[in-house]
Design a protein around this ligand. Structure first.
Ligand code: NDP
Ligand code: ZN
Length: 348
């Protein structure tokens, strides 16, 4: 199937229109017409080569929402016209303990990312959501709950699940004290989801500039990481901190904010963090952990959770040809929400 998207051809150049083919449907495949695609900081890291050399040309995008266009002969869960979504993974071995445990992101053979990974059958590089169409095996397609606004749902597929998963894993409930470091795409979803779980949420930001946004999302306020006095006063104040910062930073500045048995969960940056000071860890039985997106079942769960609680990401809609400008703004960290591309502006 012929389609079109925006691709990066190197880490230096702007993304440009790119015509390419989606594979012929395998019997368990679903072909999707993409309507909206969220813009994640991971797309920027990948295109920039922050995580090493990439198989260019590369079409990023792993927050995908659209409509089923056709299905393979053995597909049972979806039919033409269904409102569906695709997140950060499009395949895994389906046979190991992690896949059986619905944690395909930790597949022992390695999950297949939505873009930039070799397809498990053909070896071709997977291409993501900054495009008009995608073909994905049925097991990795999500259902958008009835009545949900498609134009506002895409960021749930990465920003939503990546923050929902640790909130659930660490048992956040009514009254839990949650800190969210970095108020961007992931951070703003962390706030909304934790608030919906009944938590008492504080945003930990580089300044108090985003205070209005933080409060509008339901946080009780902002703690500026640059305000030493405020940081000292906030010692032992949190049960869980979710760290979404996309650049190298000193996590030792944040560990003393955890109460005894509290955990700091790193989801941002995806790279070395520097040396960990063991003192606050030992003198408080504190923990530092990491978390990668979430499994397919849990991704469906967060979509259903958002539908039930009427939670939508804050989306700033852009057209496909505004993507390079959007990347620049993302790089500066000024966003307190998410860019979403309206794919109707692209013609095959
Ligand atoms: P955004 O750019 O939308 O938000 C990041 C926020 O971090 C900014 O808004 C800013 O908030 C803060 N920040 C602190 N220091 C900097 C800096 N030097 N430059 C820019 N921002 C800074 O990113 P996303 O939320 O989309 O992604 C965050 C990170 O999470 C990325 O590294 C991404 O790759 C990673 N990620 C990880 C996943 C996982 O599975 N673990 C899945 C998806 C993404 P403030 O102004 O409040 O300080
Ligand atoms: Zn992402």
């Amino acid at each position: 199937m012929k389609t079109v998207g925006y691709a990066a051809h190197s880490s230096e150049a702007n993304m440009v229109p790119y015509h390419f083919e989606r594979r012929e449907l395998r019997s368990n495949d679903v072909a999707i017409e993409i309507l909206y695609s969220g813009v994640c900081h991971s797309d920027l890291h990948t295109v920039n080569g922050d995580w090493g050399p990439q198989p260019y040309p590369l079409v990023p995008g792993h927050e995908i929402v659209g409509v089923v266009q056709s299905v393979g002969a053995d597909v049972t869960q979806y039919k033409v016209g269904d409102q569906v979504a695709v997140g950060c993974m499009v395949d895994s071995c389906q046979e190991c303990d992690q896949c059986h445990n619905h944690e395909e992101q930790y597949c022992r053979e390695g999950m297949t990312g939505t873009y930039g990974f070799p397809d498990r059958i053909s070896g071709e590089t997977t291409q993501g959501g900054y495009s008009k169409h995608i073909v994905v095996r049925e097991e990795f397609v999500l259902r958008i709950p009835e009545g949900m606004d498609l134009s506002k749902s895409a960021p749930i597929l990465c920003a939503g699940i990546t923050t929902y998963s640790p909130l659930r894993t660490w048992g956040v409930k009514e009254g839990s004290r949650v800190g969210v470091i970095g108020l961007g795409g992931l951070g703003h979803m962390a706030v909304k989801l934790a608030v919906a779980m009944g938590a008492d949420v504080t945003v930990i930001s580089r300044s108090t500039k985003k205070e209005t946004e933080a409060k509008a999302l339901g946080a009780k306020g902002i703690l500026a990481s640059t305000d030493e006095e405020a940081m000292t006063a906030a010692a032992n104040a949190f049960d869980l901190i979710i760290d979404t910062v996309p650049t190298a930073h000193d996590i030792n500045a944040y560990t003393p904010l955890l109460d005894v048995d509290g955990s700091l969960v790193i989801v941002g940056q995806v790279g070395p963090t520097g040396e960990l000071n063991s003192m606050p860890m030992i003198f408080g039985r504190r923990r530092v952990a990491g978390s990668l997106i979430g499994g397919i079942a849990e991704t469906q769960e967060v979509l259903d959770f958002c539908a039930k609680h009427n939670i939508y990401p804050e989306c700033e809609m852009i057209q496909m040809d505004q993507i390079n400008e959007a990347f620049k703004r993302l790089e500066q960290g000024e966003m307190a929400h998410r860019f979403v591309i309206d794919m109707s502006s692209l013609d095959v």
